[in-house]
Ligand binder design. Sequence first.
Ligand code: ADP
Length: 246
Amino acid sequence: RKDTLLYLDGVSRSFDGFKAINELSFVLMKGEMRAIIGPNGAGKTTMMDIITGKTRPDKGDVFFMGDVDLTKHDEPTIAQMGIGRKFQKPTVFETQTVADNLLLSLKGERRGIPALFYRSNKPDRQRIDEILEVIRLERRRNELAAFLSHGQKQWLEIGMLLAQDPKLLLVDEPVAGMTDAETEETARLLRDIAVDHSVVVVEHDMGFVRDLGVKVTCLHEGHVLSEGSLDHVSADPQVIEVYLGR
Ligand code: ADP
């Protein structure tokens, strides 16, 4: 369908005979933000690895923007197509200012992506101002990233992803290690971003997932156990059994 951004169709992936991903199907619409939950070992990281081309499925297809089969492309190509991933730990340049971290990403220098793929037409300064506002770091723009709190570094890295103008943002456990106040602010920040971006957030923190207020997919043993609103998913007896009730 035209409004589908990402479509995983019957994807499986084993490691040494163990099915980390087992007949997984998943649809993300354009402009949607989705939260992925599930117990440890459910396959969340492997699912992200398959989308970004870090891991190849043994079976199944992964369609992006309609008919691009991501399983036919390598990791750098998929990044250039506009799938940005933020891993759990922040990896900002500590010895650069906040604004320069964003500038490096804008220029596409950070991940070795050639300037050719730099998509925004806006002047850098304007784009950086916009991103600083979204990530709540306007007043820290000229400070070295090293002086930011853990939460602020996570926001800066989300800003660095935004600077690359991704069509899809994959965000892995963004609030791990954050204070309660930072966690709440992160939910607001991601909701702002989701106004004009498609986002997949992998997260354990149920209070945070509730604050996101988006559709939830619960993975278990490499496939979708339950999907819908957080209320629907958390009331699902299977989910209670394998996950929330532990
Ligand atoms: P989650 O992110 O939900 O905790 P993972 O995707 O990390 O789950 O892991 C799913 C299962 O696949 C786990 O049992 C894990 O040990 C296994 N697994 C993941 N990646 C590899 C790998 N590269 N080699 C071997 N086993 C792996």
